[in-house]
Ligand binder design. Structure first.
Ligand SMILES: Nc1ncnc2c1ncn2[C@@H]1O[C@H](COP(=O)(O)OP(=O)(O)OP(=O)(O)O)[C@@H](O)[C@H]1O
Ligand SMILES: O=C(O)c1ccc[n+]([C@@H]2O[C@H](COP(=O)([O-])O)[C@@H](O)[C@H]2O)c1
Length: 188
């Protein structure tokens, strides 16, 4: 079983999340995707909306038989991705996990707590996002781990590869963002 993990604030969830989830299932050969609705991104100073509200909304937006929306990080008591992945791997030894992210997150990835342990623990699937493709490809993490990059055509096997391995797929892009929705007053 290969499970993609899409961590996010989902404040609120939107069509961009749904779009990359569907693309990730297809392009990375995943059996399932779990949305990890975060208790709060450690790098963001502004606290998100209450967890129950974000979860309910995410479950309305993302309805797919192979996708589960979960608050497992809150239940595990983890907020840092490196800790979450270590715990999930311990709890689910038979599952192969792939960490999923939009291109904007790859550009900042080297700022995450213990980021090298994340890339050493699970393959990473990166999906194009408007405005962030170049920043992602030239980011610190992409540069340091250039030899671990899997060509997009081989990305179907990403979940079966040993870490470190990462792939960037140039999927059709979707412009939605939570910050634009909040700024437009669509989530107050
Ligand atoms: N439109 C999109 N295209 C590609 N990736 C996306 C898109 N929207 C969100 N993502 C990715 O989904 C994950 C969770 O994103 P998040 O919940 O922070 O939404 P966001 O729209 O980026 O929020 P904000 O605007 O508040 O930063 C991140 O890996 C992010 O890169
Ligand atoms: O572990 C970290 O240091 C870390 C720093 C920034 C972001 N993350 C995770 O990245 C995911 C995307 O965050 P966000 O707020 O951009 O949706 C979410 O699962 C966060 O917990 C994790």
């Amino acid at each position: 079983m290969v499970v993609g993990l899409l961590g996010g604030s989902f404040d609120p969830a939107h069509g961009g999340h749904v779009h990359i989830t569907r693309e990730a299932l297809r392009r990375f050969g995943l059996d399932r995707v779990w949305w990890l609705v975060s208790p709060g991104n450690p790098l963001k100073t502004r606290g998100p909306a209450p967890l129950d509200r974000r979860l309910d909304h995410a479950r309305q937006i993302m309805q797919h038989p192979r996708v589960t929306v979960t608050d497992i990080e809150t239940r595990l008591g983890t907020r840092y991705t490196a800790q979450t992945i270590a715990r999930l791997q311990r709890f689910y030894p038979g599952v192969r996990f792939v960490w999923l992210m939009g291109a904007d997150n790859l550009a900042q990835f080297h700022l995450w707590e213990d980021w090298r342990s994340i890339i050493g623990a699970v393959p990473i699937g990166v999906l194009a996002r408007p405005g962030d493709r170049i920043a992602a490809r030239t980011s610190r993490a992409a540069t340091i781990y250039r030899d671990a990059r899997v060509p997009a055509l081989g990305a179907q096997r990403l979940g079966r590869m040993p870490a470190p391995a990462w792939a960037f797929v140039n999927v059709p892009m979707h412009g939605a963002s939570s910050s634009a929705i909040r700024a437009g007053g669509g989530w107050s």
